[in-house]
Design a protein around this ligand. Structure first.
Ligand code: NAG
Ligand code: NAG
Length: 819
């Protein structure tokens, strides 16, 4: 106590004494602020805590509470609160708080999350986002995040986790070698934008919608307070970050040379959507530099673009030690004081790391930093904790939190685990199915061989990185063995997915013997965290070690059909198997999470019909000749550079973005869609103004039919495409419809070959049909990115819309009236 008093100013001594007087009348077990800190701030230990700390008063507007909170802090206390690990601040009754929680595909192990240190031993583990994205099901993205946030709240109440989570990872999966591509929704800016929006809303909002997006009518509009957060989600890593460690180039040193055009239509749109539509309350700036400037020191990005143009309301956190990287690695700053001054002035609010807690005051003393930047940073970060209800007292008190009742019984609930299974089923992609070999009938398979290094995986391989402890898990072998009485297993490889070592021939022989005896063979191959992970990019797209050797040998000797299962995040060159007629079917299962084995077994035995589509292009091995450091999305034929992603890549991929088969057959038809749009030049001006300002406005929908010839277009218009989809095949299935747009002269002059502008997933019984309406925002989605980094209004001429792989196309003429 004496030590505490010594550290306080005179005014504060008087203040503490006043508080102590108040507490004397309170019961003996209650603590006074400044003396001991309770588990939650503003916990009602003092009779009238709001008189001492106005920021504890729930009736006051949040901004006022935040300002009041910061005003109680000394400069020394402020410095210590600029980092992710906050120890307690006794003068304001603030307990220790760890900001760093992870929840990429389930509440995950991280500094703020403690499995085992309490009653909760595990949480629901969903597939890695690359597989979930393959479902092309936006309500699934949201539902998963709702379950994660519910479990996170339960863990918070059990004192095993915090309220701030650094997910989703929405960097564009630009290069197939990237070790963290598995964490993302893939290579397309539109899909990634939708994923960002729905995931963040699922994390942060109350649950007012059901699985199909229907509003819950029993919830009053007045209950929806956009300021309140269930948990806080974070859009990361802003921006153009998608290289970890490739040969000698690492993410800390990497200076990404990015064109304004690529930033505008590829790297930044997911972040814009995450902020504008998802209303994310946090954003993380990345390690790398962009055109020479570290992302966390870039005022034009953090303050002008994100906070200014996009209207971000939340805190900006540095990637962990990204401030240190500025002086220790990239030498952008001369010393730590300068680095932290740059970051805070640019708009970073919270430093994951410890540079800020050690050097901020020095930066102030040296005249490098004004105190106002510190206050602004604390206001931005602590406002989020206020919005989370952290300062509303004990959450178990129904007056202070609607989530206070969630506890250990709300984690790993059956319906949560069912959703993990559903997500894996919906994401799995059928890449090849010659002669309709799949699904298998249980009656015909009396003896099954399940072979390969990923057939009976470790948890780490099934779940992928940024994982927690799963509720439980079944490997493919364990799940398949429950379908067929006689199931044999052999890894076929020495040393897991590395698949190499002295006895490799013997391993292949042992596996081959099982293949010879079985009615069918399931080969579970691919990668694991040992090949692709954070801080580790690949250098080859081929299956590692002797894996190809194993697949080829087995397919040669097997008596029954051979099915190849690929467990991997980043793309593989498996051309050898694609064209090998002895390999009947190929399924991609990503890193499928705790229920991945069961999902695979249900698909193989026809209980479920696969409907997923690849969210990323699978390139041939020669693609690795391109330097991974080349950030350009657009091809350059003069130097033989083929470009990146389905939007620009000029070569032939192994499998394309959007590839994926079904056990049934769907047909599509454009039922009604606009043929001609005519605009006055006034609208054209408005559209370009809108695009420059990126002003969020409400959109009006104009219904059009293909009969109408000349449709005048409105500045602010959504155009509608009515599509009829029919299941013409024998079984129930899910059709994923991808609507693409192509500009006039698509693929030329820096324009994408095509661009996804809408997707829907519908379930149809055999012979059932359904109409699906796509709405496309004329100004925002049909405009194109110029080399100067601004949007150009939709071009005059013939635009082409198509469904899937050009299965059906629809032309649309845009004309601007001359006056
Ligand atoms: C609708 O909201 C009410 C009140 O929050 C809740 O009890 C009910 O379960 C919700 N209904 C559905 C279908 O989600
Ligand atoms: C497995 O392979 C990796 C990569 O070649 C190697 O580093 C490791 O030592 C091997 N482990 C064993 C047990 O052979």
């Amino acid at each position: 106590m004496a030590m505490v008093l010594e550290a306080l100013s005179c005014a504060r001594i008087a203040f503490v004494i006043a508080v102590m007087v108040t507490t004397i009348s309170a019961s003996a077990s209650e603590a006074a602020p400044g003396e001991a800190v309770t588990q939650y701030p503003c916990q009602g230990h003092v009779q009238d805590i709001t008189q001492v700390y106005p920021f504890c008063d729930k009736r006051l507007p949040i901004d006022e509470r935040v300002r009041d909170f910061v005003s109680h802090l000394s400069l020394e206390e402020k410095e210590k609160l600029l980092v992710n690990t906050n120890s307690e601040t006794t003068s304001v009754g603030l307990p220790a708080y760890e900001w760093w929680g992870e929840a990429l595909h389930g509440v995950a192990k991280s500094p703020a999350v403690h499995f085992g240190k309490g009653p909760i031993k595990g949480a629901t583990s969903f597939p890695q986002p690359i597989l979930t994205a393959a479902s092309f099901n936006k309500m699934l993205f949201k539902k998963i995040a709702q379950v994660i946030s519910t479990e996170a709240r339960a863990m918070y109440n059990e004192n095993q986790a915090g309220l701030t989570y650094w997910a989703p990872n929405i960097n564009i999966f630009r290069d197939p070698r990237w070790g963290r591509g598995q964490e993302t929704p893939g290579e397309d800016p539109y899909l990634t934008s939708i994923y960002a929006e729905y995931f963040v809303r699922g994390m942060q909002e109350d649950e007012f919608e059901d699985m199909h997006g229907r509003q819950n009518s029993s919830v009053k509009a007045s209950d929806k307070d956009p300021e309140k957060l269930k948990v806080s989600a974070c859009c990361k890593h802003f921006t153009a970050y998608d290289l970890d460690q490739w040969y000698k180039v690492d993410r800390f040193d990497f200076d990404a040379k990015v064109t304004k055009q690529d930033l505008l239509d590829t790297y930044n749109p997911p972040f814009q959507s995450c902020v504008e539509k998802g209303k994310a309350s946090a954003l993380m700036c990345s390690y790398n530099r962009i055109n020479g400037v570290p992302s966390c020191a870039d005022y034009s990005f953090l303050t002008e673009l994100v906070r200014g143009t996009w209207g971000f309301d939340g805190y900006i956190v540095s990637d962990c030690d990204a401030v240190q990287v500025m002086y220790a690695n990239s030498k952008f700053a001369e010393n730590p004081q300068q680095a932290i001054a740059y970051a805070l002035q640019a708009g970073m609010d919270l430093n994951c790391g410890d540079t800020a807690s050690k050097f901020t005051l020095e930066a102030v003393k040296e005249g490098l930093l004004d105190i106002s930047f510190i206050d602004a940073a604390l206001q931005n970060s602590f406002k989020v904790l206020f919005r989370l209800g952290y300062f509303d007292g004990n959450p178990e008190d129904p007056e202070s939190s609607k989530y206070g009742k969630l506890d250990r019984n709300d984690v790993c609930k059956q319906e949560h685990q069912d959703l993990a299974l559903e997500a894996a089923v919906q994401g799995i992609v059928l890449l090849k199915n010659d002669k309709d070999t799949l699904p298998f009938s249980r009656l015909n398979i009396r003896k099954l061989a399940v072979l390969g290094p990923n057939a009976d995986d470790t948890i780490a391989t099934m779940l992928g990185n940024y994982a927690g402890e799963p509720c439980n898990y079944f490997t493919p072998y364990k799940a398949l063995a429950s379908y067929v009485e006689t199931t044999t297993y052999h890894p076929g490889c020495v040393n897991g997915t590395f698949c190499d070592g002295n006895n490799w021939i013997e391993y292949i022989q042992r596996a081959s013997e099982m293949a010879v005896e079985a009615d069918a063979v399931i080969l579970v191959m691919g990668l694991g965290q040992v090949q692709e992970r954070e801080s580790f990019d690949r250098t080859s797209l081929r299956l590692p070690g002797k894996q190809e050797e194993l697949v080829k040998t087995i397919s040669r000797v097997a008596r029954g059909p051979v099915i190849l299962i690929l467990m991997n995040g980043g793309p593989l060159d498996i051309n050898f198997a694609k064209y090998d007629s002895r390999i009947k079917s190929i399924l991609w299962i990503g890193y499928p999470g705790q229920a991945g084995g069961e999902a695979l077994a249900q698909i193989i035995f026809g209980e479920r019909n696969p409907g997923g589509k690849l969210p990323v292009s699978w390139y041939p091995e020669f693609y690795t000749r391109i330097p991974m450091t080349e950030m350009s999305m657009r091809p350059d034929i003069h130097i033989g550079y083929p470009g990146r992603s389905y939007r620009f890549y000029t070569g032939e991929p192994i499998y394309k973005f959007g590839d994926g088969l079904s056990y049934t057959k769907f047909t599509f038809l454009f039922e009604s869609a606009p043929l001609t749009l005519i605009s006055s030049s006034k609208s054209r001006l408005f559209c370009s103004w809108l695009l420059e300002r990126r002003n969020p406005t409400s959109t009006s929908t104009t219904k059009m039919t293909s009969d109408a010839d000349h449709i005048p277009f409105d500045e602010n218009m959504e155009i509608e495409f009515e599509v009829r989809v029919k299941n013409e095949g024998p079984v129930f299935g899910s059709s994923v419809m991808l609507l693409y747009h192509a500009h006039p002269y698509a693929g030329l002059f820096g324009k994408p070959i095509k661009q996804l502008v809408g997707f829907e997933r519908v379930d149809l019984e055999s012979m059932e049909e359904q109409k699906v309406v796509f709405k496309v925002d004329l100004c925002r989605q049909l405009s194109f990115a110029g080399v100067d980094g601004t949007w150009f209004f939709p071009e005059e001429g013939m635009h082409t819309f198509s469904l899937g792989d050009y299965e059906v196309t629809h032309p649309m003429q845009i004309t601007y009236a001359k006056n």
